[in-house]
Design a protein around this ligand. Structure first.
Ligand code: 5AD
Ligand code: SF4
Length: 475
């Protein structure tokens, strides 16, 4: 197994199918449109940009109105039950669209349909769904669409992925990005970590990295095109470039981001997501010595209890985690720290939960993403006997949020009076007043009075902090 995959291009059958659908669309009355709906994480957002890109290449106009679309793609998430139920409910609403317009093609993509039981469900209970396509097979979209356009059979088929199988890295897939000034840039796919609660390694397959040359070429093109904010994406970016024997023949993540931060242009680099077991001191040093790497580190903790971390198969201790935080703050005192926390993991005692609260009090994160544990079929933790009752999970969740809200507010107050670099990304109308909205280098939301347009980078003086937003004026 190799962590680097020799990249492949879109297969010739797919390229041919893309051209054939395009010819059909050119000959059709009007201009058929495609609607892509995305659930879940940034990786899914990035995948949807490829789905839109392929759809556009097939001659579909991209629309945000499902009711007018001839092609609907739902890019699904399987990380929690709630995400799956939300997708199923929306997909259910498309039944009547298909009833009034039988030519409509509906495809379900992404993580949900890399699970056999969900594919069976779509096949048998959602007859208006035309095909399913998992994330590692997106490049097959044109063939799926062409088959249905020609009146061929539905294709809700489960593609079994053996546990040691490393899917291809497909380069050169068309891409349709909505904005020029901000971009996702995938540097790797899949995950080898098998945290006990997580479905990702099963639905996205083994870890594989894009080559440094492909990543750099894409970064250069984006920056030349006006990109101001680039987020390098991967389930565990800290293990980018790692071979099965633990070596890094093309350099490690610290060297990759350092190299990208040397590129010319006024931009910031971000990255998501990191794993505490792999976040290196070299990465911290590289961040500290490159202004173009945003002062923001998202480092999922999941739990503050060593017993829970061990049962989660996270392979670090709370002490190790705190060590990284200390080193980050020593190197970059103004860094924004954010994390992910799961409450109610099987067997979590009140003392375990208290240990998580204690870490929150010590670290004082700027923000946390908190999740109630959701058993995922096929993962080890779903089989653990000591599942926590819903009422206890919810009660802990509320306590966690209450504590963090106080801390987030206190962290935001530290920004009052400071002048920060802000990337404007839109506007916000509040009480009849139009304000600019944007993000600081640390990734914080800020509303400000000024004349910045989306994509502009401006200096903003912070006048007031609120628990979840900063307010200021452009200078
Ligand atoms: N239940 C609850 N939260 C989960 N996450 C991943 N799997 C689950 C699950 N089964 C959370 C983790 C991860 C984030 C993206 O989602 O905190 O870091
Ligand atoms: Fe899931 Fe853990 Fe991989 Fe993150 S590192 S995707 S939580 S298995």
């Amino acid at each position: 197994m190799s962590a680097f995959r020799i990249p492949v291009c879109m297969p010739p059958e797919a390229v041919r199918a893309m051209a054939e659908v395009r010819a059909l669309n050119t000959a059709a009355d009007g201009e058929p449109s495609a609607f892509v709906l995305t659930f879940g994480c940034q990786q899914n957002e990035a995948d949807s940009e490829h789905l839109r890109g392929i759809a556009a290449e097939m001659g579909y106009r991209i629309t945000d109105r499902p009711e007018e679309a001839e092609l609907i793609l739902v890019n699904t998430c399987a990380i929690r039950e709630h995400a799956e139920q939300k997708a199923l409910s929306i997909i259910g609403q498309y039944k009547h669209l298909k009833a009034t317009r039988p030519s409509l093609i509906i495809g379900i993509c992404g993580c949900m349909v890399a699970q056999q039981h969900r594919v069976e469900e779509f096949k048998h209970s959602y007859p208006y769904v035309d095909f399913t396509l998992d994330a590692a097979s997106m490049h097959r979209l044109p063939e799926m669409v062409l088959e249905r356009r020609r009146g061929g059979r539905r294709a809700c088929t489960y593609a079994h992925m053996p546990m040691d199988h490393v899917p291809d890295v497909v380069e050169g897939m068309p891409i349709h990005r909505d904005t020029r000034w901000r971009a996702w840039l995938s540097i790797m796919y899949g995950c080898n970590n098998f945290c006990a609660y997580c479905i990702v390694p099963y639905v996205r397959g083994r870890e594989r990295s894009r080559t440094p040359a492909d990543i750099e070429a894409e970064a250069r093109a984006l920056i030349a095109d006006g990109c101001r904010d680039l987020t390098l994406l991967g389930q565990n970016v800290n293990s980018w470039g790692r071979m099965p024997d633990g070596s890094f023949p093309e350099g490690d993540f610290a060297s990759l981001i350092g190299r990208l931060a040397e590129l010319d242009g006024d931009f910031r680099l971000r990255f998501m997501t990191s794993h505490p077991k792999d976040a290196s001191d070299a990465l911290i040093e590289t961040m500290a010595s490159h202004e173009k790497i945003a002062r923001h580190f998202h480092l999922p903790l999941q739990s503050g209890s060593d017993a829970v971390l061990a049962r989660m198969n996270r392979r670090y201790t709370a002490e190790h985690y705190l060590g990284i935080v200390d080193r980050l703050r020593a190197a970059m005192p103004d860094i924004t720290l954010t994390t992910d926390i799961i409450v109610g993991f099987p067997g979590e005692t009140e003392a375990d939960f208290e240990a998580t609260l204690e870490i929150l009090r010590r670290v004082r994160f700027d923000m946390i993403y908190s999740f109630i544990y959701s058993p995922r079929k096929g993962t080890p933790a779903a089989e653990y006997a000591d599942q926590i009752p819903d009422a206890v999970k919810h009660e802990r969740f509320d306590r966690l949020i209450a504590l963090q809200n106080e801390i987030s507010y206190e962290r935001n107050l530290l920004a009052e009076g400071k002048t920060l670099r802000v990337l404007c990304d839109g506007e916000k109308v509040q009480e009849g007043v139009i304000l600019c909205s944007g993000r600081t280098d640390g990734g914080k939301l800020i509303y400000f009075a000024g004349n910045a347009r989306p994509g502009d980078v401006v200096q903003v003086k912070v006048e007031r902090a609120e628990p979840f937003v900063l307010r200021g004026v452009q200078i």
